[in-house]
Design a protein around this ligand. Structure first.
Ligand SMILES: [Zn+2]
Ligand SMILES: [Zn+2]
Length: 164
């Protein structure tokens, strides 16, 4: 194993994300055909925007664009899906999350077993919990009826909360 690879491996153990960025940097440096040099500062800024709770959707889009450019779409999605704070419900990462939850729940309502008109519901709500918007553990497959009931309970909850 060469020295560079060992450095990457050690970095990976301490901080997987930094390890990946560093590895990406090395790969790009070695590619003599690449006419666009990897820019560490731009990439980390992009990543920071993606992880931020306060960045707006345009800043997040810009961040994604940058990482896609350096790492490719698939690798970028793998890299950020556990740490990204999404702000747009149409974000491809939200679609990916829905798909994963549906697969895990075998495409059936986890309350009554219905297999049609399915919805992926956020256990901890979108508005309340930005960091868990695309966390698979925070998703559950429900049919539209059970989903409506679930949200009726919320209204009750909010009413009770507001009285305190
Ligand atoms: Zn149901
Ligand atoms: Zn819901």
């Amino acid at each position: 194993m060469d020295k560079q690879a060992l450095t990457i491996l050690n970095l990976y153990k301490k901080d997987p994300l930094m390890g990946r960025i560093y590895a990406g940097n090395e790969i790009l440096k070695r590619d003599k055909f690449s006419h666009v040099p990897f820019n560490f500062d731009i990439a980390t800024d992009g990543l920071a925007a993606i992880m931020s709770k306060s960045a707006n959707k345009y800043q997040k889009k810009a961040g994604r664009f940058i990482l896609n450019f350096f790492f490719g779409v698939q690798e970028t999605n793998n890299m950020i899906e556990s740490i990204a704070v999404v702000v747009d419900r149409n974000d491809p990462l939200v679609r990916r999350w829905k798909h994963k939850v549906l697969e895990r729940d075998h495409r059936a309502c986890q309350n009554c077993g219905e297999t049609e008109k399915l919805v992926v519901h956020h256990v901890s709500h979108w508005e309340d919990d930005p960091v868990n918007r695309i966390n698979v553990d925070n998703g559950i497959t429900l049919c539209s009826k059970c989903h409506a009931k679930e949200h009726e309970a919320d209204w009750y909850h909010y009413l009770v909360e507001s009285k305190i």
